[in-house]
Write a protein that binds this ligand. Structure first.
Ligand SMILES: Cc1cc2nc3c(=O)[nH]c(=O)nc-3n(C[C@H](O)[C@H](O)[C@H](O)COP(=O)(O)O)c2cc1C
Length: 181
């Protein structure tokens, strides 16, 4: 698929069918993650996949409680992926400190985009999820206490959603600047 068409095809999907997602499709998305760029090539991520139905139900219950009510749709997704931010390499951590930028956070965002774009190319739907109970999710997945898990991704076969149209975008004039701000 032409890249711009793929970028257009990827939409946050919030309605999924029960059809299971084959492991080889998930693996393909993870292979795309592996190729993502990162500061100092630190690759500070681990994508924890839960596709076993019972375990996924338990994870969803832990993640999307009353405070994340608007993410209840994610309970229906056949796969939940939790993005764990690994300890950055010394070079990346030093660079972050000196520049005042959280390179690792940028890195996992790019890796997550690779995941979602590869999923879209396979006809799968995803939604990045920033709002969930991180403490409970970490405990459920046995993520080491020192690490953060800032993002989850729901994954599944999309069901046509007649209630919500495509999200709007700023005009190109508002997001570009040639030669200056
Ligand atoms: C870091 C991040 C966190 C997000 N968190 C949520 C979330 O908690 N719940 C949700 O429904 N969508 C979430 N989204 C999806 C955005 O709402 C969505 O990408 C945006 O509205 C644009 O729509 P589109 O993805 O369909 O193009 C998140 C997206 C990103 C990048």
């Amino acid at each position: 698929m032409d890249f711009l068409d793929l970028a257009r095809a990827r939409r946050s999907v919030r309605k999924y069918s029960d059809r299971p997602v084959p492991r080889d499709a998930i693996e393909r998305c993870l292979r795309a993650v592996r190729l993502a760029p990162s500061a100092c090539n630190a690759q500070p991520w681990r994508f924890v996949v839960v596709d076993d139905p019972e375990r996924r139900r338990q994870l969803a219950r832990a993640a999307f409680g009353p405070l994340a009510g608007f993410n209840h749709f994610a309970r229906q997704a056949p796969v939940l992926v939790t993005v764990v931010m690994e300890r950055a390499s010394f070079a990346s951590a030093a660079g972050s400190l000196l520049s005042g930028k959280r390179f690792s956070l940028i890195d996992i965002g790019i890796a997550a985009a690779h995941f979602c774009l590869q999923a879209a190319e396979l006809g799968l739907g995803t939604c990045m999820l920033g709002w969930f109970n991180q403490r409970k999710v970490k405990r459920f997945l046995s993520v080491p206490a020192a690490l953060k898990a800032p993002l989850m991704i729901s994954l599944g076969w999309p069901v046509p959603d007649t209630e919500t149209g495509p999200s709007s975008r700023k005009t190109i004039e508002r997001v570009r600047g040639y030669g200056g701000y």
